[in-house]
Design a protein around this ligand. Structure first.
Ligand code: W6P
Length: 381
């Protein structure tokens, strides 16, 4: 028994991308046995694809103790799931499996900050060149996307079939078929406001407006989504907009321009636009907001010492991954010296919201004209 052989074997299979629609349908009439049979293979496939990519990272990064720590967590979890290969799904097996998944989820809770640590240590040890930086950027985006997908499936299984979690009636596991988008934004704003008050920061208002193009009888916008994912995205954006506004106008301004939020549900896209008058960013500096490298650098701004607002870590790049996970996107667009708009686009329908998953593609790492995608592709229905 060698882990590398299993990784080789399972990486030959493509990951199965599921839609929010199919997740809801399965939550209604799927059973634990089906879920077991799907997950014990699917998790190994998804992890195998990521494990293959580690071989193409700068070895000095991989050798960092924090990186090795993460690697050992994955090896442990991989072996634990592999142990269910060929095991008949009787009641005790199923209970065991669900328990194993819950443990895996807890075990991997700190993977993101640990990999941030690894990057920082690596950078301190030997400053990376441009090629290394872009390889690491490529890998981190994919690794974290893989992690979002795996955690979504694992958590869904434990919510539907575990007994330690109470079941909310409206929700299908982690999916809410009727997320009130404005309510999530107000929640995220309230938390951001709380953090600012804690740090003795003034808090600009938000000015929220929503349109439902699909249903003209109401301007209330609801959607099928995972509320925690939406929360993460808008919380990160609001925090940035509020902070930029306060920094632009100073801590003691008489008033601050509000952060404007627009929600529009169209037929294909649900768009959330968040606009601040925080002075904007030159276009040349926009893309670095999504770089894992720049996000790890110590923040020299006026708020050092106010740790709860500063040191945002990987908030923005991860927020974009959450948006992309179900075929959405997050882009920033800035007017230098005026302000910034963030656009979050999400699929308006659950059938179109399919997981975007990284797939290992060797040709990405060699100079070749060979074509082939390194992400799952969405087929039009
Ligand atoms: C800024 C910088 C930023 C990042 C993300 C979202 C909004 C904003 N505003 O000035």
């Amino acid at each position: 028994f060698k882990l590398a052989n299993h990784i080789e074997y399972y990486s030959k299979f493509q990951p199965t991308s599921v839609t929010l629609k199919s997740l809801i349908d399965f939550a209604r009439d799927g059973d634990i046995k089906q879920s077991y049979k799907f997950l014990r293979v699917e998790l190994l496939i998804r992890w195998s694809h990521m494990r293959k990519e580690i071989d193409y990272l700068p070895s000095k990064l991989v050798e960092m103790p924090s990186f090795q720590l993460v690697n050992s967590l994955y090896e442990q979890s991989y072996s634990e799931v592999l142990a269910f290969k060929d095991v008949e799904p009787n009641a005790s097996t199923l209970r065991n499996f669900t328990e194993t998944l819950a443990n895996i989820r807890r075990r991997h809770a700190e993977v993101v900050p640990t990999l941030a640590q690894a990057y920082m240590e690596f950078e301190k040890l030997s400053s990376s060149d441009m090629i290394e930086k872009s390889r690491i950027q490529y890998f981190y985006d994919r690794f974290f996307m893989n992690r979002i997908g795996v955690r979504t499936l694992i958590y869904q299984h434990t919510l539907l079939f575990g007994d330690e979690f109470p079941q909310n009636s409206q929700q299908a596991g982690i999916i809410d078929p009727m997320v009130d988008v404005a309510a999530v934004i107000h929640d995220a704003y309230a938390t951001a406001k709380f953090l600012f008050v804690q740090a003795s920061y003034p808090v600009p208002e938000i000015d929220l407006c929503s349109h439902n193009v699909q249903d003209h009888s109401t301007n209330r916008v609801t959607m099928v989504y995972i509320p925690s994912h939406l929360y993460h995205i808008v919380f990160e954006l609001l925090k940035n907009s509020l902070r930029a506004t306060v920094e632009r106008y100073g801590l003691n301004a008489k008033s601050y321009p509000p952060v404007k939020v627009l929600i529009v549900k169209g037929h294909e896209d649900l768009t959330i636009q968040i606009t601040d008058s925080g002075g904007g960013i030159p276009r040349s500096k926009l893309s670095r907001l999504f770089h894992y490298m720049y996000s790890t650098a110590p923040k020299p701004s006026i708020e050092s010492g106010k740790s709860c607002i500063a040191g945002l870590g990987y908030g923005l790049p991860i927020a974009r991954l959450y948006a992309k996970y179900f075929q959405g996107n997050l882009i920033l667009s800035s007017v230098e010296d005026l302000g910034t708009s963030a656009y979050v686009s999400l699929k308006a329908t659950a059938e179109n919201a399919s997981e975007l998953l990284p797939i290992f593609n060797k040709s990405r790492y060699s100079y070749t004209t060979e074509k082939g995608s390194d992400w799952t592709v969405q087929y039009k229905s």
